[in-house]
Design a protein around this ligand. Sequence first.
Ligand code: BTN
Length: 245
Amino acid sequence: VGQNLVTIKQVDSTNSFLKNLLSNSTPVPEGTVIMAEEQYAGRGQQQNTWHSEPGKNLTFSLLLKPHFLAVGDQFDLNRAASLGVYDALQPILGEQLKIKWPNDIYYGDRKLGGMLIENTIQGGQLKDSVIGIGLNINQENFPSGASNATSVKQILQKDYELTLLLSEICNCLEVYYLKLKAGEVDFVRNTYLSRLYWLNEVKSFESNNRVFNGTVKNVLPNGLLVIEDTKGQQLEFNLKELKFL
Ligand code: BTN
């Protein structure tokens, strides 16, 4: 991953750019990384936009071809990608780094970055996976609407070399991807769970206009989050159904 690196000065979204190449049947080798200095229409999860100060942060997409994965196991790609980013950042940032389900990267209770993973399925098989990653690295100020955002610079008070970190992320992510490929799925799932923000803690959630307290217990193979409510009932949620309060 990352051997074939394309850097673009300005693009709408690296995910859209890579998806366009694929839909035009342009041959793109697995592991290709498209990195942008500036995205003017960066996309986040759940139709959100992703803002990032030009030249300061990492905004890139990489292509995987996980033909070996069952469609029902595609959440394992979220796990591998989150763990790759985690492992690259952990030596720099330490124990406060966490993965927030499904694939946000948190430092304490602030968001350092996130991912938008877009998979194509053809003939009931996973075909291409575009893994878009946005991480706040050297940005110092955030708009008031992003009040829980933070960056490596805000944490360490110094600049960090973007391409160095990018190659570290690619190497770490590849380790987990190859584990999936080798069938070591349980290792990837258990490691993901052990890095999860709020695991076994009581927190407030909102679903269906109902606020409740519960404990994050597990993430199912298909990616659903399991929360145990105060009556001991285990409830399963997807991202659309749940708000963290
Ligand atoms: C989120 O936290 O909502 C996900 C943010 C994902 C942003 C990255 S930046 C590179 C890639 N291109 C995009 O348009 N989005 C992802």
